[in-house]
Design a protein around this ligand. Structure first.
Ligand code: ZN
Length: 84
């Protein structure tokens, strides 16, 4: 279940009617509303719109927190306390 949701969320290819195939898509920010953002998906083959997605404020926060959970740097380990 959660796997399916994750795949929907990060859709990078969608079926294009013109190309008659699943094509890689480009995400474009279409509209910004106070409580959500609307993204348009453009086919990279013919540049036609193949879909759109609405991201609510809650989803956006979740995506941001997920992105932050991929640290490039190792977490700073607390320095060991040495008592002499
Ligand atoms: Zn296309």
């Amino acid at each position: 279940m959660s796997q399916q949701q994750f795949e929907n969320f990060t859709a990078s290819s969608l079926y294009c009617d013109k190309c008659k195939a699943a094509m890689p898509v480009r995400e474009r920010l279409l509209l910004i509303l106070p409580d959500k953002e609307v993204y348009d998906y453009l086919c990279t083959g013919c540049a036609s719109s193949v879909g759109s997605r609405e991201v609510t404020a809650g989803e956006k926060l979740m995506a941001q927190s997920m992105a932050k959970r991929r640290p490039r740097r190792a977490a700073v380990a607390p320095a060991p306390r040495i008592q002499l």
